[in-house]
Design a protein around this ligand. Structure first.
Ligand code: ADP
Ligand code: ASP
Ligand code: MG
Length: 413
């Protein structure tokens, strides 16, 4: 008998009919003789609606109130799912994050899980029941409700799988696996049978919303096998796993895009030690993650300093940097929140040069101007104007022939 954690995404819980259908999936797993722990997201679109209402009422909604508000979405689905299971003669019991308890570091709207109590869930499992746990929420050191960042139910599921030493964690969603790129943008995208933790971490951190990055990090760290599959049809989905010898060695495994970042530029900064620290330090103290950073070689003792931040933090970052720029005697502070980051990921890049160049060529053919570039061992990212997102993703998918099986793709010259 295996223990399986099944995470049901919001798109699979959007209405009563879908909740009923998802409950059938859970019962089917149980009838195969396995123990099951269910983790649910809020009903599809619910969290977005709550965020939109908050933004209508407040320019910069306070973190604590956002946590309280957003945690309500999963409160609805745990009980509805438990009821749907009980209707099918299952002994189901719903748990909020606090009732489990899922402990977090207490940072509002982007808390990290620090520990999970196992007793309450184990008691239900031992009695032959199905615990239904609210994803995306936990309880901070002071007993406060905290949420884990958008898409955080994935992380709850993998963290629970690790804590309970589950055999597998299944992520049920509206696509039947991880694709070479978002199939909503490129219908010719191909499903990957397997992908390495390393590549999935890159894709998730670069914007592929199919899995939250922390979920993949947890899975890699605690070796939890994760399978992404469809709630709506049977299939093997995509297994996220360690790199194996016999895996298809694609040069590029996938393309991610991210429209949730903004670009900040400080023009005419005096080129002297301590400037990067003054700027990035001020931003970090606001708990904002700084991503791509570019500083040009200074001319006449001045330099420009550009970096990206999450788009939702853009107003806060601009407000924070205004006094800092005056203090360091920079000439101007500018930026844009209409950018997109497009990235190509693949472990095959380690042994092949030329991916970046082929990427730049494909973008130039479409007249897409590149604003920033960043590379690492297994990825290349570019920042472009947001209006080119779809064009850029499609052009790259075609240029690297990702619609074809790996062995039919043209080798790089
Ligand atoms: P859920 O509500 O189940 O959590 P999400 O919307 O968070 O679902 O994630 C599934 C969506 O992720 C898909 O509908 C798809 O549009 C998007 N997506 C982005 N990149 C990929 C990719 N590489 N492979 C599969 N899906 C992707
Ligand atoms: N409901 C939350 C969100 O929409 C968490 C999740 O779905 O994973 O981001
Ligand atoms: Mg999701």
């Amino acid at each position: 008998m295996a223990l399986i954690v099944q995470k049901i995404g919001g798109s699979s819980l959007a209405d009563v009919a879908r909740i009923r259908h998802a409950a059938e999936r859970v019962v089917a797993e149980k009838e195969r003789g396995n123990d099951v722990v269910v983790v649910v997201s809020a009903m599809g679109g619910q969290t977005d609606q709550l965020v939109a209402m908050a933004q209508e009422l407040h320019d910069r909604p306070p973190g604590r109130e956002m946590d309280q508000l957003l945690a309500s979405g999963e409160q609805v689905t745990i009980s509805l799912m438990a009821m749907a299971l009980m209707q099918r003669q299952q002994h189901a019991r719903s748990f909020s994050g606090g009732q489990v308890a899922v402990h977090t570091d207490g940072v509002s709207t982007r808390a990290r899980i620090t520990d999970i109590d196992r007793e309450n869930l184990r008691a239900v499992l031992e009695a032959g029941g199905i615990p239904v746990v609210a994803g995306f929420q936990g309880i901070g050191p002071e007993g406060e409700v905290t949420t884990l960042g958008r898409g955080g139910s994935d992380t709850t599921a993998v963290a629970l799988a690790a804590a309970l030493e589950a055999d597998e964690c299944h992520i049920y969603t509206d696509v039947d696996g991880v694709y070479t790129t978002d199939p909503r943008i490129v219908p010719e995208a191909r499903r990957l049978a397997k992908i390495t933790f390393e590549e999935m971490i890159e894709l998730a951190s670069l914007g592929s919303k199919v899995l939250q990055i922390r979920a993949v990090e947890f899975a890699g760290k605690y070796s939890v096998p994760v399978r992404v599959r469809s709630t709506f049809d049977d299939g093997e989905g995509t297994l996220i796993t360690v790199e194996e010898e016999d895996m298809e060695k694609a040069l590029v495994s996938g393309i991610a895009h991210n429209e949730d970042e903004a670009k900040v530029t400080i023009i005419g900064v005096p080129d002297r030690p301590g400037i990067a620290h003054a700027v990035v330090g001020a931003v970090s103290r606001e708990n904002v993650n700084v991503d791509m950073i570019i500083q040009n070689q200074g001319e006449h003792g001045k330099t420009d300093f550009t970096f990206t931040v999450p788009r939702s933090d853009y107003p806060l970052v601009m407000d924070t940097l205004d006094p800092v720029c005056k203090q360091i005697e920079a000439e101007a502070l500018t930026g844009s929140d209409r950018i997109a980051k497009i990235s190509m990921v693949g472990v095959g890049m380690r042994s092949h040069a030329g991916v970046a160049d082929r990427m730049f060529e494909a973008l130039s053919r479409e007249g897409v101007n590149i604003q920033m570039i960043a590379t690492s061992e297994i990825k290349v990212s570019v920042v472009v104007d947001q209006k080119y997102t779809e064009l850029a993703v499609r052009a790259l998918h075609e240029a690297f022939e990702l619609d074809k099986p790996v062995d039919e793709r043209d080798h790089i010259h």
